[in-house]
Write a protein that binds this ligand. Sequence first.
Ligand code: CTP
Length: 448
Amino acid sequence: MKTVITYGTFDLFHEGHLNLLKRAKALGNRLIVGVTTEQFDVQRGKMNVVDSLMRRLDNVRNSGFADEIIIEEREGQKLEDIQKYNADIFVVGSDWTGKFDYLKEFCEVTYLPRTKNVSSSGIRTLRREIIKLGVVGTGRIAKRTMEELHFVSGITATAVFNPNPKSAKKFAEKFSIGIESSNYEQFLNEVDAVYIASPHETHYDYSRRALIAGKHVLCEKPFVLKETEAKELFEIASETNLVIMEAIKTAYSPGFLNLLAIARSGRIGKIHDIEAAFTKLVPETPKAREYNSICGGAFTELASYSLLPIVKLLGTNYSELSFDCFKNKNGIDIYSKAYFKYENSVATVKTGIGVKSEGQLLISGTNGYILVKSPWWLFKGFEVCYEDPNDNEFFSTPFHGFGMRYEFADFVQNINEASFKNFKLTKSDSIFMAKIMEEFLKKRTNSL
Ligand code: CTP
């Protein structure tokens, strides 16, 4: 009796999968097939899997080769499964050659030649037209995003816009983008969707013009700086069936979603306090965008992150809001705090570009607290703590690269699937944040 075990996503089940399962089964008497969960795929950086786990399981079952089907949900599980099911042979396609040699200590490892010219990624690409993305702005965040885009299928950057032609050209050359432009309308004609990573004060105008031209929009934080502007943009998008999303990478990351689930489950009891801080020292030079006289400053630059857990866990109906801030000689805040009062809880946002502090997120409840250590917005893990420290639990969560791949995966899905519900960062969350930015800027101008 020989047991063979193999694993895969088996998305959009194809001939290559069937061939692999057939040959794997022929190597023994019993075949166990591990199918990955959606979460595990996202964790290992495989974005945009199309078929649900149920459908993928059905397809493997219908192949008729699997004697047993199991779910693969975490790193390190293969070894445990090999022992648990007493597997004699581990089988995988030749695209993985060498990657599983470490299992040779426990069983035979066989890499079967892949079936040529077929893959789930290829079918995914053929099924849909690749979204042509235009990048607005050529600064640091846009550059980082270009690296992240490689990890998301179904979208590719085809054009870049900067009012300064030299900057557009330099960016296009660096990232091999075919079209560069300093004329926004012409640029819009070339693309299906835009990613806006320009200075804050330009977000509203660029987003609006893109929507009017029929393009989907993913706009960097802070989305816009006025509540009415946010409402208007969402309205145009809904009337024209276009997608508009705010790019706060943390909101789309697996770790943050995990934290929300735990916090909402009542594990730490009733939540009475949220404290979120993000500071980043930025030297005050004439060119530094963070000190821009119209809408620069610590709060507009960084508060979007800290407002996120507040709006997600406490909602939009606060009863009181006040601010404190310290400004430089030009009236730009270098350190700001916002204090929220809700019916049964309080929350604080702490931001600084000229003052440094601990960048942690702390959520306090009647049974315990959740602590996400600095830099909390790059959600790598968090701790749930109780009165008795022996009960404390640590959750480690993936956060790949710079993290933009998560928001782009949702952006693509949102564009491609009319029924896709984006619960991670909703219209009302973004409108709330715009409103808080507006309140803050009003108070800052009136000198607090
Ligand atoms: N496989 C194969 N021949 C192919 C495609 C896949 O033998 N043409 C094998 C893989 O090597 C793996 C199993 O089928 O052992 C499941 O592969 P999976 O990653 O789900 O499929 P891919 O088509 O490779 O998916 P993707 O394009 O998303 O990487």
